[in-house]
Every structure is written in structure tokens, then in C-alpha cells.
Write a new protein. Structure first.
Length: 127
């Protein structure tokens, strides 16, 4: 990570770090406020990809945040549709706990400067 970050201008790396923390803050707030902050994180991670993904480390966290958001969204929709049937809580509560644990794990790894999940270079095939 340090080698890739050393090749980039300092202001670009600092900006990417700030955007990364902003995304994690939006995810953490999303545990309580849900819709607005989660979609803000998705917007930042997708529309500002060139600023957020400056290294393999940053790219791994971007993918981690997007997967967390989208999987949580799918389980929340399923729980929301089944809530009137009386068993939606069986989807919503575990999904929320999983979401919080995944956000905290990602934030801890980000603070330590460690990647999450498999670290792939841009354009590299995981197979």
C-alpha cells in the first residue's frame, strides 16, 4: 500500500483518505438514518471513483462499502416486504446486526491502513 501511495501526489492521497472516511461515516450513520446516508455513500463511491480509488487499498475498501450497502439493501427490502406477514423481523434484525459489524470491521481495517477482502489491482481478474 505504501509503495502505491508513494507514487501519487500527497494531496490526492489525502483527498482519497478523507473521502474514504466520509463514506464510512455515511455507512455508520446509515445504521440509524438508513436511506439518505446510505445513498450518499453509494453516490460518493460510484460517481467519484477516480478520487476514492487511488490504490489497491482504497479500491478494496470501496468494493467493501458497496457490497455492504447493496447486500444490506437487498435483505432490508426482503424484510420490509415480509414485515406485514409477521416474520420480517427475522430478516431485518440479523441484516442490521451484520451491517453494523461489517461497517465497524471495515472502519477498523481502514484506520490501521489494511485492505479488506481480496486485494486486486485495477483490471485484474479474480479468477
Amino acid at each position: 500500500m505504501e509503495q502505491a501511495a508513494a507514487a501519487l501526489p500527497d494531496d490526492r492521497v489525502d483527498g482519497a483518505a478523507k473521502l474514504g472516511w466520509l463514506c464510512y461515516a455515511a455507512l455508520a450513520a446509515g445504521a440509524l438514518l438508513y436511506v439518505i446516508t446510505i445513498w450518499a455513500e453509494v453516490y460518493i463511491d460510484t460517481s467519484r471513483m477516480d478520487r476514492v480509488s487511488v490504490s489497491a487499498f482504497a479500491e478494496s475498501h470501496r468494493h467493501w462499502r458497496l457490497r455492504t450497502t447493496l447486500i444490506f439493501l437487498i435483505w432490508s427490502i426482503l424484510g420490509g416486504f415480509t414485515l406485514p406477514l409477521g416474520f420480517g423481523w427475522l430478516f431485518l434484525v440479523p441484516a442490521w446486526l451484520w451491517y453494523v459489524a461489517r461497517v465497524l470491521f471495515g472502519m477498523m481495517r481502514y484506520a490501521r491502513g489494511l485492505p479488506v477482502g481480496p486485494v486486486l489491482r485495477r483490471g485484474e481478474n479474480p479468477a
